[in-house]
Ligand binder design. Structure first.
Ligand SMILES: Nc1ncnc2c1ncn2[C@@H]1O[C@H](COP(=O)(O)OP(=O)(O)O)[C@@H](O)[C@H]1O
Ligand SMILES: [Mg+2]
Length: 278
């Protein structure tokens, strides 16, 4: 049984606005799944079904094999946390600490557990120093981290992030990537994220779905998807430069064995060059 799944999920916002059309999506436990696609493809609409912010027009969403419905949504929201694209949609308390505590307080946890969860989340995101600040005066990247800490403090099984790298500076993206990478291994957490930032995908994703006009137009591993030019064109994506380098080396007869995360490719190239010069 998969932790999260959609079956023939369709969603219409009204007459003629068919945002999702028959989406079949699977997230195995402790996997990291990327959802890619152009603006308006339906990524955010899909994500809002994962914890019952929206319900299907037809089809279903299953959490651990059980349909997400009005009857189960309260329980599902404890397990599936969403970080919205714009942190201002998510942050509203007078201080960062209170904001991060909002979820745990709503879960009805005792004061000691709340304190423990909040300090743990602030620590994980490296924002203890912001704890007493009003969130509204923070930078975009800091607000993003506060929003993520708020969801992490609920200790969800599934962390859904809608365009988590938007608004971050390059170092902020690297820090976030390194952080997200640890979660499946440390906590068995499942991560689902959308992004236009293709370089992030080989660093994080085990599996990718590509959406266009509400339908899944491609799915597969990083290697399977980024080597398909037709698909990249349709989804208005481009091949990550490091993957392009590996592809071109191979097309020119260089036998290079590597995964597709940047560090793996760097190591493979260094090893290859060392072997040749010895
Ligand atoms: N609240 C809404 N009311 C009506 N149409 C909407 C609403 N939200 C999104 N849409 C439409 O649904 C489609 C998918 O949007 P969205 O899920 O936001 O795509 P993405 O996140 O991939 O950019 C778009 O055509 C968008 O205009
Ligand atoms: Mg969106």
């Amino acid at each position: 049984m998969h932790i999260l799944e959609t079956r023939d999920l369709s969603h219409s916002y009204g007459e003629g606005i068919h945002a999702l059309c028959g989406v079949n999506f699977i997230a195995p436990r402790a996997s990291t799944i990327a959802v890619l696609g152009p603006n308006g493809a339906g990524k955010s609409t899909l994500f809002k079904h994962f914890n019952g912010l929206l319900f299907p027009t037809s089809g279903e969403v299953l959490y651990r094999g059980e349909a997400v419905s009005r009857a189960t949504v309260r329980e599902v929201r404890k397990q599936v946390g969403i970080v919205f694209q714009n942190p201002d949609d998510q942050i509203f308390s007078p201080t960062v600490r209170e904001d991060v505590a909002f979820g745990p307080v709503n879960l009805g946890l005792d004061a000691e557990t709340i304190e423990h969860r909040v300090s743990g989340a602030l620590d994980l995101l490296g924002i203890e120093h912001l704890a007493d600040r009003p969130p509204h005066h923070l930078s975009g990247g800091e607000k993003k981290r506060v929003a993520i800490a708020g969801v992490i403090a609920m200790e969800p099984q599934v962390l859904v992030l809608d365009e988590p790298s938007s608004g971050l500076d390059p170092q902020g993206v690297d820090t976030l990537t390194a952080f997200l990478r640890t979660l499946p291994r440390r906590f068995g957490m499942t991560i689902i994220f959308s992004t236009h930032h293709v370089d992030l995908v080989p660093e994080l994703a085990d599996y990718i779905y590509v959406l266009d006009r509400g339908a899944v137009i491609g799915k597969g591993t990083v290697e399977e998807l980024f080597l398909r030019n037709d698909l990249l064109q349709r989804a208005r994506l481009r091949e990550p430069p490091m993957m392009r380098l590996v592809r071109i080396l191979r097309e020119n007869g260089v036998d290079i064995t590597t995964g597709y995360a940047q560090e793996e490719i760097e190591d493979a190239i260094v090893n290859l060059l060392r072997e040749r010069t010895c």
